[in-house]
Ligand binder design. Structure first.
Ligand SMILES: Cc1cc2nc3c(=O)[nH]c(=O)nc-3n(C[C@H](O)[C@H](O)[C@H](O)COP(=O)(O)O)c2cc1C
Ligand SMILES: Nc1ncnc2c1ncn2[C@@H]1O[C@H](COP(=O)(O)OP(=O)(O)OP(=O)(O)O)[C@@H](O)[C@H]1O
Ligand SMILES: [Mg+2]
Length: 584
C-alpha cells in the first residue's frame, strides 16, 4: 500500500509513531465492528483527508490479515467498502464540495450525502443502516474534542454510536507532515492560506500567512503547511470559534483583557505546592524571591499560599486565586511522582481534563529519552465497575473467565469487547497493573507520556531557547518548574524576555519606595500614621518592627515619586526634626 510505504520510507520518526498509533486504533475498531457497522465522516477538510488515507491503509492491513495473504494483496485489487458520510451544507466553500466529490470518485468511496443537520442526519442514518461506530477526524485542540478519547460514545441526547477518533492526538504539524510525505491531494483552499475550514460565513485565510504584495496592493497568502505554530490554526475562524480555545493566542495572552485592579494595580498570587514546606522540613524560598521580582516590574502580590500535595487542595487554591488576580504563579509538585499533582490540580480548577500534549512530550523525549512506552498501563485496563480479579498463588496473573485475544497487540480486543457488551468503558485497574508490573517489569512505566499531559484546551507552552522544557501557561496561571532560586532566576529572565516580544506579562511602572526608621514608640506614631494614610490614599503606607520594643520601620510605596516624597515629608513634619531617618 502506497501510504504505508511512504511512511515506512520516511525518516520522520514522530510521524511514524503517530501513523502506527492511528493504524492501531483503526484496526482495533475494525476488529470490534463489522464493516457494515462502521462509517467514515468525511468533509473534504485536511483532518478528514488524513483520516481517509489512514483508513484505507488500516483497512488494507486488516483485510490482508483476514485473508492470510501476508500482505500480498495488490493495491489494484483493493476496494474501500467503508460507508462514507458527508453532511453537505449550502454554506460550504465550493472548493470543499468539489474536492469531496472528486476524492470520492478517485478513491471509489461509497459516499452518502446527507443534507440534514448533524443530529437529524445521524438519527436517520442509524435508523436505516446498522452503523455502530463512526470514524471522525477530530483532533485535540478542536473545540469539539473536549472530553473525547480515541473511542468515545456519542454525547447524551445524540443517537447512540461510538465516535472513533484515530487522529485525536495528532498536531497541526503532524497533519501536514503526513499529507506532504504521502503526496496525497488536499483541498486547494489550504494553498490559499486557509488553515482550518468552517463555512463561507466564518472562515477567512489565516492572517498569519499574509504576504503584502505592495505592487498591486493585494493580499496574498502562503500555503497552510507554512504556518509554524499550530496553535494559531484557528486564527482564520471567526465568530463561533474565536473565544472557545484557550490555545488561541488572542485569548491566552489575554492579560490585556483582564481588568486591572480597582487601584490600577496589577496583582499576582503565588501558590507553592509542598507538604515539606508545611512540615517545616524545607523553606519556601521561591515565594519571597518571586515577590521581589514581581514588585520590581510594578506588580503587587496579593498572597503567597502554601498547599499540600493534593489535587483538591491545589484545585481549590487555584480556583480562588485565578479569578481574583491578573496572574497566578504556581510551583512545586511537578513531575512523575505520586505527589506531583499540580498540573492535575490546575486542570481541575479550570474544569477540564488532562490530555496528552505532543509538543511537551517531544521536549520530554529529548530530556528523558525513549525508555517509557506505557504498554503495561494499556494492558492493565478492565471493564469498569463489573470486573473482579480471581487470584490464586499458582497463577502469575489473576483470572477473568474468558480466553484468547488478551495482550497488548492490536488484535487483543477481548477485554474491550467484554466492556462493550456490558456497555461500560475500560478503566485503569491498579491491582492488575501491579501483577503485570511483577510479570513484565518496570521498563514501561509510561512516565514520559504521563508527564506530557496538560489541562486540555487552555494550555500554552512558553518556549525559550534557554529552557530545556517550556513553561506552561493555563490562561492566567503560570506553572513554574523551578525548584530553587537559581532556576527561578533563569525562568524569570526567560519570562521577561518573552514578554518583550509577546506581551506575556505587562511590565508595569515600577514602584518607588522610601523606608523610614524611628525609635518613637508605636503608640506615638499610630495616630499620625492613620492620618497620613487618609491624606495619601493612593500610596501604600505600612510598618514593621525589627523587635517587639525595637525601632519601627515605616514604608511608603507608590508609583509617583513626588507623592512618595510628599508623604514622607508630611510624616516627618508631624514630629520633631530627626525623629525619622531614611534607610535603604
Ligand atoms: C459524525 C458526527 C458525529 C457527531 N457526534 C457528536 C456527538 O456525539 N456529540 C456532539 O456534541 N456533537 C457531535 N457532532 C457535532 C460536532 O461535534 C460538531 O458540533 C461539529 O463538527 C462542529 O461543526 P460545525 O461548526 O460545522 O457545526 C458530530 C458530528 C459528526 C459529523
Ligand atoms: N460536514 C461534515 N460532513 C462530514 N463530516 C464532518 C463534517 N464536518 C465535520 N466533520 C467531521 O468532523 C471532523 C472534524 O472537523 P474539522 O473541521 O475540525 O476538521 P477538518 O474539516 O477535517 O479539517 P479543518 O480543521 O482543516 O477544517 C472532520 O474531520 C470530519 O470527520
Ligand atoms: Mg473543517
Amino acid at each position: 500500500m502506497e501510504i504505508d510505504k511512504a511512511i515506512r520510507e520516511s525518516d520522520d520518526r514522530r510521524l511514524k509513531t503517530k501513523y502506527d498509533n492511528s493504524i492501531y486504533v483503526i484496526r482495533r475498531a475494525l476488529a470490534l465492528y463489522s464493516i457494515e457497522e462502521v462509517a467514515f465522516s468525511f468533509n473534504g477538510g485536511k483532518d478528514s483527508t488524513v483520516l481517509l488515507h489512514l483508513l484505507r491503509a488500516g483497512y488494507f492491513l486488516h483485510q490482508a490479515e483476514q485473508i492470510h495473504s501476508n500482505g500480498d494483496l495488490k493495491d489494484r485489487e483493493f476496494t474501500f467498502p467503508i460507508r462514507t458520510i458527508y453532511f453537505e451544507r449550502s454554506s460550504a466553500f465550493p472548493e470543499i464540495k468539489s474536492f469531496t466529490y472528486e476524492t470520492a470518485s478517485i478513491y471509489g468511496l461509497q459516499l452518502d450525502t446527507i443534507c440534514l443537520d448533524f443530529k437529524s442526519g445521524l438519527e436517520a442514518l442509524l435508523e436505516a443502516k446498522p452503523i455502530r461506530a463512526i470514524f471522525l477526524g477530530v483532533r485535540i485542540g478542536d473545540p469539539t474534542a473536549v472530553g473525547q478519547e480515541q473511542f468515545s460514545p456519542s454525547s447524551p441526547g445524540w443517537p447512540s454510536f461510538m465516535r472513533v477518533n484515530p487522529i485525536l492526538d495528532w498536531s497541526y504539524r503532524d497533519v501536514w507532515a503526513f499529507l506532504l510525505t504521502c503526496k496525497v491531494p488536499y483541498c486547494s483552499l489550504y494553498d490559499q492560506g486557509y488553515t482550518s475550514i468552517g463555512s463561507i460565513h466564518d472562515t477567512v485565510p489565516n492572517a498569519l500567512l499574509c504576504i503584502n504584495d505592495s505592487n498591486n496592493n493585494k493580499e496574498k497568502f502562503k500555503p497552510a503547511y507554512l504556518l509554524t505554530d499550530g496553535r494559531l490554526e484557528r486564527a482564520g475562524r471567526r465568530k463561533k470559534y474565536t473565544p472557545v480555545s484557550g490555545r488561541f493566542p488572542a485569548v491566552s495572552n489575554g492579560l490585556r483583557n483582564v481588568d486591572v485592579h480597582e487601584n490600577g494595580m496589577l496583582t499576582a498570587s503565588i501558590i507553592a505546592v509542598g507538604d515539606e514546606i508545611l512540615f517545616g522540613s524545607i523553606e519556601n524560598q521561591l515565594g519571597p524571591s518571586l515577590c521581589r521580582k514581581l514588585s520590581s516590574i510594578g506588580w503587587t502580590v496579593s498572597q503567597i499560599a502554601v498547599v499540600r500535595n493534593d489535587i483538591d487542595s491545589v484545585a481549590e487554591e487555584v480556583e480562588r486565586r485565578k479569578s481574583a488576580n491578573n496572574l497566578v504563579f504556581i510551583y512545586g509538585g511537578l513531575g512523575p511522582l505520586h505527589s506531583d499533582v499540580t498540573v492535575a490540580g490546575v486542570a481541575k480548577a479550570f474544569g477540564v481534563r488532562l490530555a496528552p500534549d505532543e509538543e511537551l512530550e517531544e521536549y520530554l523525549r529529548h530530556l528523558i529519552g525513549d525508555k517509557c512506552t506505557g504498554d503495561r498501563k494499556e494492558m492493565a485496563q478492565l471493564p469498569e465497575g463489573i470486573s473482579e480479579l480471581l487470584h490464586h498463588e499458582k497463577l502469575p496473573v489473576p483470572l477473568v473467565f474468558i480466553y484468547g485475544g488478551l495482550g497488548p497487540l492490536h488484535s487483543d480486543v477481548t477485554v474491550a469487547g467484554v466492556a462493550k457488551a456490558f456497555g461500560v468503558r475500560l478503566a485503569p485497574d491498579e491491582e492488575l497493573e501491579e501483577y503485570l508490573r511483577h510479570l513484565i517489569g518496570d521498563k514501561c512505566t509510561g512516565n514520559r507520556k504521563e508527564m506530557a499531559q496538560l489541562p486540555e484546551g487552555i494550555s500554552e507552552l512558553l518556549h525559550h531557547e534557554k529552557l530545556p522544557v517550556p513553561l506552561i501557561k493555563c490562561q492566567n496561571v503560570i506553572i513554574l518548574t523551578a525548584t530553587n532560586v537559581t532556576e527561578l532566576d533563569r525562568q524569570w529572565d526567560c519570562l521577561i524576555e518573552l514578554t518583550r516580544s509577546s506581551d506575556l506579562i505587562i511590565l508595569a511602572e515600577p514602584f518607588v519606595s522610601k523606608h523610614l526608621r524611628t525609635t518613637l514608640s508605636d503608640v506615638e506614631t499610630a495616630q499620625p500614621l492613620s492620618k497620613l494614610c487618609l491624606e495619601f490614599p493612593d500610596l501604600y503606607i505600612g510598618c514593621y518592627r525589627e523587635s517587639r520594643y525595637g525601632p519601627l520601620v515605616i514604608t511608603v510605596k507608590g508609583k509617583d515619586q513626588a507623592r512618595v516624597k510628599a508623604a514622607t515629608e508630611s510624616l516627618c513634619n508631624k514630629f520633631n526634626p530627626g525623629a525619622f531617618y531614611e534607610i535603604k
